[in-house]
Design a protein around this ligand. Structure first.
Ligand code: SF4
Length: 450
């Protein structure tokens, strides 16, 4: 039900995005349409002066859900302050909730939060745009992916979302319940979008999906990630192409071939492995066992000796014994990942693993997380120390105080290591620079320009 006291047709809109980079792309597509309809769009969690706030939530696991609910409650309070401030001029805040948390829990949340103006699931972008058009009492209703995305990232890098949904059945994961079946975007459309992003100043394309290795199977009857990478490398003009969210089972090895062939595809693979114990992997329904995982990693390192491998692991999964955990710890010590995240298992309703309960207590899970992350910290320091004195090409992301903050091709934005360059002379943001590493820390490097 629209708010009756809206007086002007063009709104200021603030989009707050929680969760993963796939959510970021959804918000950017939405922003593109709102800007095309004449509205002013911001991506700023701190501002509280816009007519409309769209909160794009995450509903993946416990902590993420809690953050989404807290942010929504915070925005309800912010709306009260806004409305009080604008009592005289009659402006009232419109607060729209969307994203995965809404997709999963709208029926429970809506009665609890009647002050929220409208709720839209992850497949309701049309409806959300129509709602705002109705508020502005205009009839323009553009289709969701027609208008150019409005980037919320620095303009020199952008995420390229190659598909929606997931056809895997990992036992602990609620994503297929939220995002639905895997739907690949046509390869021509992706190359076009990549070219357009590059023409607008993007130098680094970050290829994302729930599962990038599944790309094409639904649309073309075969995996086409390798083809897509070849086309992006040869036709988009991007200087860096980075691959995220790969899945170990049935990994399309031609994607590795493409990485070997094209110097503008970063020597970087993000592959969430979740565990190494065969019994746990089977219970997680990951479709791969210990030996299959080891063989795949060895294959990566044989074909791409310089590759940086990022992974994420889950500890405290139901049935994980101390022996399973010690096996995982030994695996981390031997595999020596370049980047690693570790999460405590979060029981999610509606997932296949829900029936297993959540027998391992939170303190024990946290002990396992801490032990693995401490081990990884020492590995990361050793690897960074080996980079001291070496030269690297880096992409400069921003200035922070007395330093410019940059990344090598082995580091993805926001989640990996950074290179700090003293700001003793001006360096253009978004430029590539040649540096030599002067000092190593656990998760960052100091460098100077060459
Ligand atoms: S691949 Fe597995 S973990 Fe990833 S989104 Fe799909 S079901 Fe979830």
């Amino acid at each position: 039900m629209p708010h009756p006291i809206m007086t002007h047709r063009r709104f200021t809109v603030n989009i707050i995005t929680l969760g993963c980079s796939k959510n970021t792309v959804d918000s950017e597509n939405l922003a593109g349409h709102l800007r095309a309809a004449g509205h002013t769009v911001h991506f700023d969690r701190l501002r509280n002066d816009t007519d409309i706030v769209i909160l794009n939530t995450c509903g993946f696991i416990g902590d993420a859900k809690q953050e989404s609910i807290n942010t929504l409650l915070g925005q309800l309070q912010a709306a009260v302050r806004f409305n009080q401030r604008h009592h005289a001029d009659g402006r009232r805040r419109v607060l729209i909730a969307t994203g995965c948390l809404v997709e999963r829990y709208r029926d429970q949340l809506q009665p609890e939060m009647p002050e929220v103006s409208a709720w839209f699931g992850v497949h309701q972008w049309d409806e959300l745009l129509a709602y705002i058009s109705h508020l502005a009492s205009t009839s323009d209703q553009p289709s969701p992916f027609a208008a150019a995305r409005a980037l919320s990232t620095p303009r020199h890098y952008a995420y390229l979302k190659i598909s929606e949904g997931c056809d895997r059945h990992c036992s602990y994961c609620a994503i297929p319940l939220i995002r639905g079946r895997h739907v690949s975007r046509p390869i021509e459309e992706l190359v076009d979008e990549a070219r357009r992003l590059v023409s607008e100043g993007v130098k680094e394309l970050i290829v994302i999906a729930q599962d990038t290795t599944y790309y094409g199977l639904d649309l073309y009857g075969r995996r086409r990630l390798g083809d897509l990478l070849n086309l992006l490398a040869t036709q988009s003009g991007a200087q860096w192409i980075r691959l995220h969210y790969t899945y170990p089972a049935s990994f399309p090895l031609d994607a590795i071939e493409a990485m070997r062939r094209h110097p503008n595809i970063c020597n970087y693979i993000d592959i969430p492995l979740q565990h190494i114990s065969t019994s746990i992997l089977h219970s997680m329904q990951r479709g791969i066992d210990r030996q299959g995982t080891l063989d795949l990693l060895q294959h990566f390192r044989q074909l791409l000796p310089d590759v940086a491998i990022r992974t994420t692991l889950i500890v405290g999964y139901p049935g994980e014994t101390e022996a399973d955990f010690q096996e995982l710890k030994q695996f981390v010590a031997q595999a020596r990942f370049d980047r690693m995240g570790c999460f405590a298992y979060s029981a999610e309703e509606g997932t296949p693993a829900e029936a297993l309960g959540d027998p391992i207590d939170e303190d024990e899970k946290q002990r396992r997380v801490d032990e693995l992350m401490a081990l990884q910290q020492s590995i990361s320091l050793q690897k960074n120390e080996a980079r001291v004195g070496k030269e690297y090409r880096v992409l400069v992301d921003r200035r922070e105080g007395d330093y410019y903050v940059a990344r090598t091709e082995y580091d993805s934005p926001d989640i990996d290591d950074e290179v700090l360059i003293p700001a003793d002379r001006r360096i253009p943001i978004g430029s590539f620079q040649q540096v030599v590493i002067t000092q190593a820390m656990e998760h960052d490097l100091m460098a100077r320009l060459v």
